[in-house]
Design a protein around this ligand. Structure first.
Ligand SMILES: NC(=O)c1ccc[n+]([C@@H]2O[C@H](COP(=O)([O-])OP(=O)(O)OC[C@H]3O[C@@H](n4cnc5c(N)ncnc54)[C@H](OP(=O)(O)O)[C@@H]3O)[C@@H](O)[C@H]2O)c1
Length: 252
């Protein structure tokens, strides 16, 4: 079972940092080659590529700004040309803009929809066409079990990606499996530190916050599975179970 990813190649969007980085490291630990996507290449990307090759797999880097169609529309072809093949796609890159429903604008919604839902879908469709078979994972958010009133454009985009996960799973079957992971309290948002996580850990049913490793473990399961598609795994310590009130998210 452990070796089923060996020799296969994955493209991880937003792969150089945070959860994306952990996904790349887990892939390498399981013998998979990795194409690390970044908006713009930097030292973090080259250091991660070196760390991956140090684990005995191949690693490449590819750039694309998800707000620029001429960049993201060629991403799958460029990644496949570099690596020679693509077997897996993990859509992790995203933006998390603040903004209440009362204030959200069409440009806010357009930008979040483009980066968080449209581009992952375009990459998935291109992957299905080009690779012919394989596995796709979309990163959602446990907040889709509620409304997240303070990130209106973001939550709309993650709901759209959740629906696209189900639609793609049906349309791309049987050759391509499409699943999702909905993380909860894993890493603090920009500008917040570890104390943010500690302060909120008590709001999680399992009374702790998670770690990028927890997301990577779920991803490795989905990438190995041969009989799961259209599924969402909530890696959130049970947070989605407490979201039925549709009120303000307790993370705020
Ligand atoms: N962290 C959590 O606790 C948590 C909780 C729930 C859901 N999630 C979801 O899990 C995934 C990973 O989370 P994360 O916190 O690791 O993500 P993140 O740090 O917020 O973002 C990941 C990457 O997305 C890239 N990105 C943003 N805008 C882009 C654009 N226009 N073009 C290309 N790349 C762009 C960023 O690149 P730049 O650095 O160049 O901007 C960054 O490297 C996301 O989909 C997120 O929504 C995370």
């Amino acid at each position: 079972m452990r070796d089923t990813l060996r020799g296969k190649t994955a493209l991880v969007t937003g792969g150089a940092t945070r959860i994306g980085r952990e996904l790349c490291l887990a892939l390498a630990e399981n013998g998979a080659n990795v194409v690390i996507h970044q908006r713009r290449g930097d030292d973090q990307g080259s250091e991660l590529a070196a760390a991956l090759t140090g684990r005995g797999v191949d690693a490449w880097r590819v750039e694309a700004d998800f707000e620029k169609p001429d960049e993201y529309e060629s991403l799958i072809a460029r990644a496949a040309a570099q690596a020679g093949r693509l077997d897996m796609l993990i859509n992790s890159a995203a933006i998390f803009p603040a903004g209440a429903l009362e204030d959200v604008t069409l440009p806010d919604v357009h930008r979040a929809m483009q980066v968080n839902a449209w581009v992952p879908f375009v990459l998935s469709r291109d992957f299905a066409r080009l690779a012919g078979k394989g596995k796709i994972i979309n990163l959602l958010d446990t907040r889709i079990s509620g409304y997240d009133w303070t990130h209106a454009a973001y939550i709309l985009s993650k709901h759209a990606l959740a629906l696209l996960t189900r639609m793609s799973a049906l349309r791309f079957a049987p050759a391509v499996a499409v699943n999702a992971i909905a993380p909860g309290l894993i890493l603090p948002p920009a500008g917040k530190g570890g104390d943010y996580l500690d302060a909120l850990a008590g709001t999680v049913p399992l009374q702790r916050h998670g770690a990028p490793r927890d997301v990577a473990q779920a991803a490795m399961y989905l990438l190995r599975s041969e009989f799961v598609t259209g599924q969402v795994i909530y890696v959130d310590g049970g947070m989605h179970l407490a979201e039925g009130s549709h009120g303000p998210h307790p993370h705020q």
